[in-house]
Design a protein around this ligand. Structure first.
Ligand SMILES: [Zn+2]
Length: 229
């Protein structure tokens, strides 16, 4: 009798433990880029990068939530100032399955590009991310890009994935973004388009283009979660 009770207790504990793991694996941290200590975001003509990042992140949040995936946001209002370290801390505290960062680029090029950390940097007495997180971040970026390219074909071009070192901030601090240095979960950053590229700008300015981008990002996140389930 006692043995049966113990067996039942162990079984109950195992179920509780496995459901905790399953739930924590389904938390996604969405980080609408800016304003931060780096900048308030690019502005090109009437387009505000900060507002676009926010608008599209909220659309991604709505899709994921609808589909039963828990989402934590790194900020709760379009103009809320959050440092990049604080953004990573939100993802870390949530034990998020991924820390997804949304930005729009300016410069020469077009289409969307995913960036990931491939080595550690140092900031504020912290060295990171770890080799394990770097490897997981690369797998994440590869997967997200592969899902999104066909979904956005004819709308926005998909570029090959790049490392943090190819970003403006990353290139100035040892090849690693601040958010990556503090990330203890897999992380990838998307530059969704080039705001100074006329066709990209027209697409991302339209509700239809924003919906297409948000739908593609959400689908890519869900495909990654399924592949890691
Ligand atoms: Zn940005």
């Amino acid at each position: 009798m006692a043995n049966i009770t113990v067996a039942r207790l162990i079984f109950a504990l195992l179920i509780a433990a496995s459901s905790t793991v399953a739930n924590s694996a389904l938390v996604v941290c969405l980080d609408p880029g800016h304003p931060s200590e780096t900048s308030s975001g690019a502005r090109v003509g009437t387009l505000s990068e900060n507002r676009l990042n926010w608008t599209i992140a909220k659309k991604v949040e709505a899709i994921l939530t609808r589909d039963g995936i828990a989402v934590v946001m790194t900020k709760h209002a379009v103009h809320e100032h959050v440092t990049n370290r604080q953004r990573a801390d939100v993802a870390n505290k949530a034990h998020a399955a991924m820390f997804i960062r949304l930005h729009c680029d300016t410069g020469s090029g077009n289409g969307f590009t995913w960036y990931y950390p491939d080595h550690a940097g140092k900031k504020g007495g912290v060295t990171g991310p770890s080799p394990v997180i770097c490897a997981a971040s690369r797998r994440l970026a590869v997967s997200l890009n592969a899902t999104m390219i066909p979904l956005l074909r004819g709308t926005l071009a998909g570029n090959p994935i790049k490392t943090d070192a190819a970003t403006f901030v990353g290139s100035r601090q040892g090849g690693v973004l601040t958010g990556s240095i503090f990330a203890q979960v897999p992380t990838a950053l998307i530059e969704m388009c080039y705001l100074n590229h006329a066709r990209d700008a027209a697409i991302i300015a339209s509700v239809r283009g924003q919906d297409a981008m948000a739908t593609a990002i959400a689908a890519a996140i869900e495909a990654y979660l399924r592949s890691n389930a």
